[in-house]
Design a protein around this ligand. Sequence first.
Ligand SMILES: *Cc1c(COP(=O)(O)O)cnc(C)c1O
Length: 430
Amino acid sequence: MQPKELLTLAEEFGSPLYVYDATTIEHQYNRLTAAFSKVENLRINYAMKALSNITILKLLKKCGSGLDTVSFQEVQLGLHAGFTPDKIIFTPNGVSFEEIEEVAKLGVQINIDNLSVLEHFGTKYPKVPVCIRINPHVMAGGNENISVGHIDSKFGISIYQIPHVLRIVENTKMHINGIHMHTGSDILDIEVFLYAAEILFDAAKQFKELDFLDFGSGFKVPYKKGDIETNIEELGKKLTKRFLAFEKEYGRTLTLAFEPGKFLVSEAGFFLAKVNVVKQTTSTVFAGIDSGFNHLIRPMFYGSQHQIENISNPKGKERFCFNHLIRPMFYGSQHQIENISNPKGKERFYTVVGYICETDTFANNRRIAEIKEGDVLCFKNAGAYCFSMSSNYNSRFKPAEVLWKDGKGHLISKRETFEDLIKNQVVVEV
Ligand SMILES: *Cc1c(COP(=O)(O)O)cnc(C)c1O
């Protein structure tokens, strides 16, 4: 999206604001399916915890996507958005047995990542097919907080416990119809992914009635210049080849499933916030915006580096006074002025901070086109895990969300109001 379009949306819908570009989401979905076009049965289940707005869900449904869910409420939202239960997979961790039962009763595919739950479920519902989540113990992921495949991770059934899984299956006569892994976000190295896939294939051989193999996600998208991006096309080629060979060996056609979140929606998102104050201290120039980690927590929580652009001053233009041009003074004409010797304009180093009464730093000493109070800053890659992780801390409203589609901004969730802040509070006169 162009800075001008974003700026217009900030004026129309107010600040702070989340904007999602529909075309980018569709493009990413199509890129993924194209990379695996040789697989007969491909299934993409969008990991909706990344961004769970109903209109976004509908957009992905239109693309042909299924859903990956982690809570009963996400399942409900998915059904509400029009997904049928057979298009939804439930991959929870650490939820109650009752929650799993409730979801299973809706006809949603269950994915179990714990031996005791597997045994309990198989005993009670031997006829309900179940997928198992394996932990292949492959260290992948860009960050300790989001690496979920390592040996001490709370996720998945250890690959070393497959004999116990087989014993449970034998005892309960339950039906395992899928095997799943999700080694963590930010896979940098395709070879690591393929190595983990081999472990999954190996485990899969031991189950005779599989319908699908689910390779999870963790596709990396670039956040800042020079970042590595998962080469989906190369992964598609290599994994397809291996998958087709495995299918032959297994003697049965299988569905290949993925459940990306970030890959589908991260780059489609822009977070817009207005600069309230520019503050020069002895060592730093702060740009303080009308937001904080209540709206965008990834920089503080994961150390994520979202690119920041000053869209009010996209080229860092400077103002000049020309001796030989009288129209501005005489007629008040406003000639657009660009510094063509310095087309990128003047940039300065800013530390971008929020308005929360705690240290909430979005970026440290970042080069940004010169900022004036009232300018609108745009944070890139704000589609995944941004709005969905927002809160009301400091009693602030959650921002509005807008979908940019067919050259227009469509409001897809309203800015909160004071009513929203108090609606669940029960006031006791004390
Ligand atoms: C969060 C999650 C995903 C999505 O991960 P991304 O890095 O956003 O693609 C996929 N599968 C499971 C089980 C998850 O919990």
